[in-house]
Design a protein around this ligand. Structure first.
Ligand SMILES: Nc1ncnc2c1ncn2[C@@H]1O[C@H](COP(=O)(O)OP(=O)(O)OP(=O)(O)O)[C@@H](O)[C@H]1O
Ligand SMILES: [Mg+2]
Length: 259
């Protein structure tokens, strides 16, 4: 235990953000973001709508650029731009609220596309890997269907499998269950729990507080473009330090009881 925590503390973070500021025109969307994520850590990001959660995680694979500060992913400095962006993107998988599958491609083809296009992988190998991850998310039997023939929960599991086919070191999730009907949320969360158990480094924007409690190593609360607090879930839920966090938790915990 002591050894494990000592070596974890020693390990260089796989994601490091330092003094990150970002503006959209005049509007400052991220302010003074400092964040360090170690390999294998699971972080849940929550906060009110418009607080900058999506922007924050989209900076990590440079779907968004920042004007100030440093972002380093697995020792690669992203803010330097250039070829580093491709190197980082090869290590970071992302799953969105909308599944973003190609409607005209089968499930199998959706999963084979990136490894063939950006890794130059042959068809047979890409198919083998696609099937491996479709089994992993427990829908290999859907491989030859098209996205519109699957339920939302199944489509989101395909989106997860598709990201895994690039064998990322880090997975980013942006509200992966919020577009799903309630009965499909669990199958997607279970898939994410499986990934966490296998040691994947994960940053998840989600308001699934049950998931945060049982899976996250730490929970980040954002408001107005800032990280207001970050704490292990037990402490975060039992003793939120800031008034804004308490207000937010009050709102979402009561809406999940009534909803
Ligand atoms: N491309 C853009 N141009 C200008 N403003 C933007 C852009 N994208 C986001 N914003 C603004 O930046 C702020 C943060 O947006 P962001 O999408 O990161 O919030 P969020 O915390 O993910 O919210 P939600 O919970 O609704 O998804 C919002 O005020 C939003 O209107
Ligand atoms: Mg968002």
């Amino acid at each position: 235990m002591t050894n494990a925590s000592a070596s974890q503390a020693d390990a260089a973070p796989i994601i490091r953000m330092e003094g990150v500021n970002k503006w959209y025109g005049q509007f400052q969307v991220l302010t003074g973001i400092d964040l360090a994520v170690r390999a294998g850590e699971r972080i849940v990001v929550c906060g009110p709508s418009g607080s900058g959660k999506s922007t924050l995680i989209r900076c990590i694979n440079r779907l968004e650029t920042v004007q100030q500060g440093r972002i380093e992913v697995d020792g690669i400095e992203l803010t330097a731009g250039g070829r580093n962006v491709d190197r980082v993107r090869a290590e970071v998988g992302m799953v969105f609220q909308q599944f973003n599958l190609f409607p005209h491609l089968s499930i199998l083809q959706n999963c084979m596309l990136a490894p063939m296009r950006s890794r130059g992988m042959g068809k047979a190998e890409a198919e083998e890997i696609a099937m491996k991850y479709l089994r992993r998310v427990r829908i290999p039997e859907q491989a030859h269907k098209y996205p519109s023939q699957l339920s939302g929960g199944q489509q989101q599991r395909v989106a997860i499998a598709r990201a895994l086919c690039m064998t990322p070191k880090i997975m980013l999730f942006d509200e992966p269950t919020s577009a799903l009907d309630p009965e499909m949320v669990k199958e997607v969360l279970d898939t994410m729990i499986g990934l966490a158990e296998d040691g994947m480094t994960m940053l998840c924007v989600t308001h699934e507080m049950g998931f945060a409690r049982s899976v996250a190593d730490s929970v980040i609360f954002m408001a107005d473009g800032k990280i207001v607090e970050q704490a292990p879930p037990a402490q975060f839920f039992a003793h939120p330090q800031h008034e804004k966090t308490r207000t937010f938790l009050g709102q979402i915990l009561s809406s999940s009881q009534h909803g």
